[in-house]
Design a protein around this ligand. Structure first.
Ligand SMILES: *Cc1c(COP(=O)(O)O)cnc(C)c1O
Length: 227
């Protein structure tokens, strides 16, 4: 049952935080990609959970449309192709995957015409993994400065996807580097950001220990994806 799994995950997160002396609030996002809409509505009805994430734009837009009368926050966490920017309305609470200046520029123009402000996270490819999108660590401030100057984009924080590894502990240094970068964003650059989106089913406790404020959990909540 979703409700029991969610409760277990939240409890272990709280235990981990108190054991390690972590003080940040951690939001659990339920990643519902490739699961039917009914899994989201069931999850909401049985547990009251309201924070969900999707990574494919077509599927995400369709689900957003069908969920718009429920108090559900849908986050977009996948790579956003530039030719899909035009479909963005008020579908997503937050877009976690701002991964290039060009995309930021297109999104700013789009949301200016839409006359609304979109919350975004800058995706950082902290491990310089050629299989992952995101700006390099050294480009992060340039990118964030650009977003800060974009009146219709509201910079809320940073997001990262670690490399695929056998043992999640291997990625601990990447999570720690992200937290350092996140702190610099506030201490040196004064962006005043509050979201550090990192950690998935297999590594979320390590991410929390290293300072994550939002974990994105798919399989551990919904079960194995079919494709
Ligand atoms: C699928 C996905 C997740 C969740 O992964 P699980 O291993 O199923 O928990 C998290 N973040 C992103 C960006 C994803 O695409």
């Amino acid at each position: 049952m979703f409700k029991d799994r969610l409760e277990d995950i939240k409890n272990t997160i709280e235990e981990t935080k108190s054991r390690k002396g972590c003080t940040q609030d951690v939001t659990v996002m339920a990643v519902s990609k490739r699961f039917p809409l009914s899994d989201i509505t069931n999850a909401y009805e049985t547990s009251g959970h309201t924070v969900f994430g999707e990574n494919r734009i077509q599927e995400a837009l369709e689900k957003a449309e069908k969920l718009k009368n429920l108090p559900i926050e849908l986050h977009f966490i996948g790579h956003l192709q530039k030719n899909k920017v035009k479909y963005l309305k008020d579908n997503f609470t937050m877009i976690h995957s701002l991964d290039s200046l060009k995309l930021a520029n297109l999104m700013q123009g789009h949301f200016e015409r839409e006359n609304r402000i979109q919350d975004v996270l800058v995706q950082v490819n902290i491990a310089s993994d050629e299989n992952k999108s995101g700006v390099g660590e050294e480009e992060t401030f340039l990118m964030c400065d650009y977003v800060m100057q974009s009146e219709n984009l509201n910079l809320r924080g940073l997001m990262m996807m670690p490399p695929l590894v056998d043992d999640a502990e291997e990625n601990r240094p990447h999570f720690a580097r992200m937290k350092k970068l996140f702190d610099k964003c506030n201490d040196i650059k004064r962006y005043n950001i509050d979201v550090l989106s990192m950690g998935m089913s297999d590594d979320h406790l390590i991410a929390v220990e290293e300072g994550s404020t939002m974990v994105r959990i798919g399989t551990a909540l919904f079960g194995q994806r079919q494709y």
